[in-house]
Write a protein that binds this ligand. Structure first.
Ligand SMILES: Cc1ncc(COP(=O)(O)O)c(C=O)c1O
Length: 422
């Protein structure tokens, strides 16, 4: 007999894009199938970073008192105190931001931080009115799409498309279409953007801050790939934080997705509420992430590691992937989003008659996992052909996997175009 689930539970029983993605990722990385996994957001296993963490773990194991504390004691629901103090100091010295420990809370990965924040600023309010989260520009991170505890939590806008050369383009926010109505509770952007590798310019961020300030709603900036760590940013930008900004960071893309540590930097009243939510939902947060990263943050070494190891590593992988795409796709009608950061290339095949979802299926049959572009438009209800003409390809995996994957993608796309011409 099938069980009856609440409305809350049925939100999680639909085949959400993020569920499909994480299942594909899990089975590919567990080695169950022989696949070219270019679909997930898994960071690379960078040897120097792994070595650093390994040494830190060894020191922890060699210190019985510290080890007993890390595995044997609950941390506070705000997160490990010394780690939070070290983070506040890092942001004060790196960027001159006026923040203290009261402006920081940890979450069980930044993904769960978004669940808390979006349902804090969006959803039903005291007066019965529903407020929404505005994504000023899509494509935007797939992981936001299904976190709402009310239907249709997001509203979103199409971008302006600037063609930079024959095969390169860049998205920009279309400010003409950005009207922040009474029912908007917060704005959110990822910078660098997952899936496109776009990095919003300083001017765009300042303009968003102005609009958000005028309306007294926060601007949530998802800094999972940003500065100061992991700093997978290839353009010259200035990170910002003020009392109207909520900055979300993560240890995942530094190379620690397994420890599930997210960081929220926000005004005190927001941090207090997040802390209470953590207590109710989790009691406390995992201690391993803060413990492994504490020395790195206290010494500022995390910034050096990001600038001298992590960023150049991904820059080189991005260059390599783009070079390969240019070679393999030379006879194909394609555009690639300018690679300004993060760990993905975003490919656009204008006029491709099969949908990107069909392309995803065909590639999956050939053993290559990518993500169909249409998942990355949460809150955009337009019928826009462009949403079905793009795919996201991750370049953080081993070079031989990326190379084989790109070759197979080129072959399938070529076949799809040729079939059209017949
Ligand atoms: C833009 C962006 N935000 C947030 C997350 C969530 O990261 P985590 O929950 O591992 O901190 C990801 C993961 O891929 C991401 O790409």
């Amino acid at each position: 007999m099938t069980k009856q689930f609440s409305k809350f539970a049925t939100r999680f029983t639909s085949q959400a894009g993020i569920v499909q993605l994480m299942e594909d990722l899990g089975s590919a990385l567990s080695g169950e199938q022989n696949v070219y996994m270019l679909g997930g957001g898994n960071p690379s296993h960078i040897p120097q970073v792994q070595q650093f963490i390994h040494e830190r773990m060894q020191r922890l194991l060699d210190n019985p008192a510290e080890f007993a504390h890390v595995i044997g004691d609950y941390d506070s629901p705000q997160g490990e105190t010394l780690f939070i103090q070290a983070l506040a100091k890092l942001f004060r010295t790196e960027f001159g931001w006026d923040i203290t420990s009261d402006n920081i809370a940890l979450t069980a990965g930044s993904q769960s931080g978004f669940f808390l924040l979006f349902n804090m600023f969006g959803g039903e309010f005291e007066n019965g009115k529903i407020r929404k989260i505005m994504l000023p520009m899509t494509p935007e991170y797939i992981g936001y799409a299904d976190v709402g505890l009310v239907d249709n939590l997001f509203v979103a806008r199409r971008p302006n498309i600037e063609k930079l050369d024959e095969h390169t383009f860049k998205y920009h926010i279309n400010f003409d279409e950005l009207h922040i109505t009474e029912d908007i509770g917060a704005l959110c952007v990822s910078r660098p953007t997952n899936p496109t590798g776009n990095v919003l310019t300083n001017a765009e961020i300042n303009h968003l801050l102005e609009i958000a300030g005028d309306r007294n709603v926060p601007l949530i900036i998802d800094n999972a790939y940003g500065m100061p760590f992991p700093n997978i940013v290839f353009t010259d930008i200035k990170p910002v934080w003020n009392e109207n900004t909520i900055l979300c960071m993560s240890l995942s893309k530094v190379g620690l997705p397994g420890v599930r540590t997210g960081i929220i930097i926000a005004p005190e009243e927001v941090i207090k509420t997040i802390t209470n939510m953590n207590a109710v939902i989790n009691l406390a947060l995992g201690s391993f992430g803060p413990s492994l990263a504490l020395d790195l943050v206290t010494s500022g070494e995390i910034t050096r590691l990001s600038n001298t190891i992590i960023k150049p590593y991904y820059q080189q992988k991005a260059d390599r992937a783009i070079k390969l795409i240019k070679q393999e796709f030379s006879d194909i009608d394609y555009f690639i989003h300018k690679a300004e950061g993060a760990i993905f290339v975003w490919l656009w095949f204008p006029g491709l008659l099969i949908s990107s979802q069909e392309l995803y299926q065909r590639l999956k049959q050939k053993g290559v996992l990518v993500i169909s572009g249409h998942h990355f438009f949460p809150g955009l209800n337009d019928d826009w052909q462009h949403m079905h003409e793009c795919i996201r390809v991750t370049y953080s995996m081993r070079d031989d996997i990326v190379e084989q994957g790109i070759k197979i993608i080129a072959r399938e796309v070529r076949m799809a175009y040729q079939r059209q011409v017949k």
